[in-house]
Each structure stands twice: as C-alpha cells, then as structure tokens.
Design a binder for this molecule. Structure first.
Ligand code: COA
Length: 182
C-alpha cells in the first residue's frame, strides 16, 4: 500500500510493503517485501532495504546505507554518511553502513557512517554508535558500549558459570568483543 500523500519514485518496492504519508523514496532505492515505511521518512537512491523491515517515523536513509531483513529502525534514528562533511563539497564515495539481519535500533540513536551493526544486535535509545556493533550485542550510551548479549527475542542472555546462555540452553563466550558459541 503506497499512500497517496507519499512521493514514491522507485519501482523497486516489494509486495505487501506499506509506505505512509509524507515519505519520499528516490528512484534508485530498493525496498523488499512486507516492510513498513512510516510517515515522514526519506530514502535516497543508493539505499537497499530487505524484507520485513520496519522504518519508524522521522528516519532519513542516505546514500550508502544497506538494511537487511527483519531490521527495526526506531523513530528519529539519525544515520550519517560523510564523516568530515563540508558544504558544497561531495566525497567520491559515501561511507557504507550495513545493518544486518534482525538488528534493532532504538529511538533517537545516531549511527556514524561506515559502521556495521551485527545480526540480532540492539542499539539502546539515544545511543551514539561510533564503531561496529558485534552480533547479539546490546549497546547504550555515547559513545555506545556493550552492556549485554541478546537472545532472538531481545531479552538478555543469562550468565551461568562465566558463560552466556541463550534461551535454547546453548552456551557462548566473548572473545575480542565477539560472541562465540561453545
Ligand atoms: C537499552 C534497553 C534495551 C534496556 O536495556 P536493559 O538492559 O533492559 O536496561 P534496564 O532498563 O535494565 O536499565 C539498566 C540501566 O541502563 C540504563 N539505561 C536503559 N536504557 C538506556 C539507554 N537507552 N541509554 C542509556 N542508559 C540506559 C538504565 O537507566 C539503568 O541504569 P542504572 O543501572 O544506573 O539504573 C532499553 O532501555 C532501550 O533503550 N530500548 C530501546 C527502546 C526504543 O527506542 N524503542 C523504539 C520503539 S518506539
């Protein structure tokens, strides 16, 4: 459903994707199936969005951003794609930002250009993400720091005998800020 008050210039919008009022989608953008693109959003040309993605209101997706399947982007999340911006000077390439499958980004978080947010990771509301976020990490604060490791449903893994244990009972350890199944 493409709302009549949106300006969708791309032909690459998958089936069952909703685009709400006052959204602008430029012609080069690609959006998968079953997405929800809320009102007051802007999506530039070099942007790729997978399936089952939620983009809440007030989010602007600039050139160089890729968002994989089942990602949640909260209201007013700010993406950037130029680390040293100057008015009227355009870099040859913009920073590439990748948000991997099933990751979630809380309201008003700021994502600096060039980072990758790992699968099932979660960024707390208002965080400032300055570097890559490992898979399943929960990060908060400015700059964002890891405060836990997450199950599929977003709850924190329990700690037992110095290991993290997920809801299926699998144990994980952390090596070099990455979660590793043991
Ligand atoms: C980070 C988050 C997932 C909660 O994590 P949690 O581990 O369950 O955190 P808790 O609520 O137990 O709080 C733990 C501590 O972190 C703090 N905290 C919680 N969220 C925080 C955030 N986003 N930024 C900074 N500190 C935060 C709490 O104040 C608390 O501090 P204290 O120990 O000094 O009292 C959650 O607060 C959050 O930000 N979710 C995103 C919500 C959102 O934007 N949704 C969008 C849909 S509209």
């Amino acid at each position: 459903m493409i709302h009549s008050l949106s300006d969708v210039q791309s032909k690459n919008i998958g089936k069952n994707t909703f685009v709400w009022q006052y959204s602008i989608i430029l012609p080069g953008a690609s959006i998968g199936e079953n997405c929800n693109i809320n009102c007051h959003t802007f999506i530039e040309n070099d942007v790729k969005i997978g399936d089952f993605v939620t983009i809440k209101s007030g989010v602007y997706l600039w050139d160089g951003i890729e968002i994989e399947d089942f990602v949640f982007v909260g209201p007013n999340v700010t993406f950037t794609n130029d680390v040293r911006p100057r008015s009227n000077q355009y870099p040859d390439t913009f920073n590439k930002t990748l948000i991997k499958k099933n990751a979630s980004i809380g309201a008003e978080a700021i994502i600096l250009g060039g980072v990758t947010i790992g699968e099932f990771a979660m960024v707390g509301a208002g965080a400032l993400v300055t570097k890559n976020v490992p898979s399943r990490a929960l990060v908060i604060g400015t700059p964002a720091k890891i405060i836990g490791w997450l199950n599929d449903d977003g709850s924190k893994m329990e700690i037992k005998d110095n290991y993290f244990v997920d809801t299926s009972g699998t144990s994980w350890c952390v090596e070099n800020e990455e979660l590793k199944e043991i």
